[in-house]
Ligand binder design. Structure first.
Ligand SMILES: [Zn+2]
Ligand SMILES: [Zn+2]
Length: 269
């Protein structure tokens, strides 16, 4: 039994979608997050992997065993470490052009050295610096990927990070990355809230057009009810009112605010 088999939890959602779940709290609980979700879409002619995880265990053998001979397209929803750690295992990775500068550099994970979880020692083989993928391709709003019967459209949804994207399939499935999920939700500085709110409005518009069936976020539970989008928008708009109950989190360099449906982590920098 390969060691990665116990690390990745494989959840078959339907005949064309598989979730691959990692327990982020077992890597470093200071991120206040339980799970990271990677998603694998399998079409008639090719497959598409959404994010490559935290890089603690090799992800490619697991993907290969799930897709057989099909061609694979790899997309990062954004540049954060828990989504791009396995990039170096793939010959080519797609990411939004605004995160180009960051994704072509080695991924510095030295902040994990003092995690309370001993499993982070696995990163020592990379000296806590994971190389990037050899080829990076850039994507933007409106780009499309055709997997045969399954078509995927790129939506530019900045806010959580400057180049965050979401992906929408012709079967009404929306993959929101870190743009929308329940649990500990990482926000930019307060002055940048309008950026994330307008990205959420863009996704809510899809919902109003009745095209949206399921939301698959990159953290915590999935699928999420489509009301996630409006709850999240309302929660962010309410932060000003909760601002006095914020607590400082030095490790995350952020303010933490416990709302009723979300724990908001608001960047100080
Ligand atoms: Zn993120
Ligand atoms: Zn994340």
């Amino acid at each position: 039994m390969e060691e990665q088999n116990y690390w990745f939890e494989i959840i078959k959602i339907n005949d064309h979608l598989i979730a691959i779940r990692e327990k982020l709290s077992e890597v470093d609980p200071r991120f206040l997050t339980e799970h990271t979700n990677l998603f694998l879409l399998i079409g008639a002619s090719s497959a598409l992997l959404i994010d490559t995880g935290c890089g603690l265990f090799p992800i490619k053998p697991t993907i290969d065993s799930l897709i057989g001979d099909k061609k694979l397209i790899v997309i990062n929803t954004h540049v954060h470490w828990d989504h791009v750690g396995g990039n170096h295992e793939f010959n080519e990775v797609h990411i939004h052009e605004r995160e180009a500068g960051l994704i072509t550099r080695p991924l510095n994970l030295s902040f994990l050295k003092d995690s309370s979880k001993k499993i982070v020692h696995r990163y020592e083989k990379f000296s806590f610096s994971i190389p990037p993928s050899p080829v990076i391709k850039f994507i933007k709003e409106g780009d499309r990927f055709d997997l045969g019967d399954l078509k995927i459209k790129v939506l530019f949804t900045p806010g959580h990070s400057i180049g965050s994207i979401s992906l929408f399939t012709n079967k009404g499935e929306l993959f929101t990355g870190d743009t929308a999920h329940f649990g500990a939700y990482f926000l930019p500085r307060k002055k940048d809230f309008p950026i994330i709110v307008s990205s959420l409005l863009k996704l809510i518009k899809i919902q109003y057009n009745n095209d949206l069936n399921f939301i698959y976020p990159s953290h915590e539970q999935f699928p999420s009810d489509i009301s996630l989008l409006t709850h999240l928008r309302d929660g962010i708009l309410n932060i000003e009112r909760l601002w006095k109950i914020r607590k400082k989190n030095s490790f995350l360099n952020s303010w933490v605010i416990n709302g009723d449906k979300f724990q908001f982590i608001v960047s100080m920098v």
